[in-house]
Design a protein around this ligand. Structure first.
Ligand SMILES: Cc1cc2nc3c(=O)[nH]c(=O)nc-3n(C[C@H](O)[C@H](O)[C@H](O)COP(=O)(O)O)c2cc1C
Length: 330
């Protein structure tokens, strides 16, 4: 049975890739993920806000506290001795590359172009096999048009592409007026893949304190339907790698994504909940299903239930909306 797949030009043993999460912080855990069958690893993100905040703090320590007494100044930390978040991240890429045989995909999270290019260059030099850009942008400015938001993604990519030669993948929001058009434009500007979709965390309100409270709930399989649908629409229409992320917990979820056209599936909540061993369970259940249904390879499965192969593409797009609504029995 050939489970191999190609993602961002990398040949992977199978389509199961742990997505960005705290699991990649610990070397023992990532070894377990690899042993269980993970075919590549996406690292936790280096966050633009964290790096910027740290820069301000560093400036405050180094310059604002200069009290003018030479002896006392000598006790202040020197910039060479201080390990920044970026230094830590780069060192971790190096350790992961030493510890693992599978490709390591680094991740940057932010929105502005400026600082990113330098960090991306450093990440490339540290040996990452590819870079995922997570543009976690909330379009809350009422003056900003949809086109301007899209331009923000494009500008970032254009700048990155000028300097970065390793494969780039963008983790996208599902909230574009035309997801497919945005993906096409990103492809034209040199992105190697898209990861669909970023999961936005919606804060709640505490009714006692009336404060805004962050809420982090792990996903359920049901959430995978959103990415599955868009991957099914995009497959065959764009020439880049398609990664599915969000709500992929079981072998069934993975198989559905592959049938829609995904090249890889990114796993997070299921690994946080069930541990690294979940990968080997999914792999063996996938193989059992493929044997039973007489598939020899993942490439045979890929995209066979996409819009491209639908007998009625228009119905595929609207997903028989009327039938769905009518099927509900009160
Ligand atoms: C605790 C936690 C930490 C995460 N950290 C990151 C991160 O650093 N960068 C990132 O791009 N996504 C991060 N994610 C998002 C996941 O990579 C993934 O896209 C999302 O959880 C949806 O996948 P899932 O349904 O399998 O959980 C994180 C998710 C969780 C639950």
């Amino acid at each position: 049975m050939d489970l191999s797949t190609e993602y961002l030009g990398l040949k992977l043993a199978n389509p199961l890739v742990p997505s960005a999460s705290p699991l990649s912080r610990d070397l023992d855990t990532v070894k377990k993920l690899e042993d269980a069958g993970a075919s590549a690893l996406v690292m936790y993100s280096l966050f633009e806000e964290e790096v910027r905040e740290e820069g301000h703090l560093m400036d405050a320590y180094m310059y604002s506290q200069d009290i003018g007494h030479n002896e006392a100044d000598g006790y202040l930390p020197t910039s060479e001795a201080y390990q920044t978040k970026t230094d830590e991240y780069l060192a971790h890429i190096f350790s992961l590359k030493q510890a693992l045989d599978i490709p390591v995909i680094a991740s940057l999270n932010g929105v502005t172009t400026g600082g990113w290019i330098d960090h991306a260059l450093e990440i490339q030099q540290a040996g990452a096999d590819a870079l995922e850009l997570n543009v976690y942008y909330i379009a809350a400015d009422i003056q900003q048009s949809g086109r301007e938001v899209e331009q923000l993604y494009l500008d970032l990519l254009i700048e990155m592409r000028k300097h970065i030669s390793i494969p780039l993948v963008m983790k996208l929001s599902p909230y574009f007026s035309s997801v497919s058009n945005v993906v096409r434009e990103l492809q034209q500007h040199g992105v190697n893949g898209v990861s669909l979709f970023n999961r936005f965390y919606q804060p709640g309100i505490d009714l006692e304190t009336l404060g805004i409270i962050p809420e982090l709930n792990l996903s359920t399989s049901h959430e995978s339907l959103l990415a599955m649908r868009w991957i099914g629409i995009l497959y065959g229409q764009v020439d880049l790698s398609l990664a599915a992320t969000g709500g992929i917990h079981t072998a069934e979820d993975v198989l559905r994504m592959l049938l829609s056209g995904a090249d890889v599936t990114h796993l997070c909540s299921t690994l946080l909940k069930n541990g690294p061993g979940q990968i080997s369970i999914i792999l063996s259940e996938m193989q059992a299903w493929m044997e039973e249904h007489e598939y020899d390879s993942v490439s045979q499965l890929k995209g066979s239930v996409s819009k491209l192969h639908a007998s009625e593409p228009a119905a595929f797009e609207r997903c028989n909306y009327l039938e769905v609504i009518r099927s509900y029995k009160t």
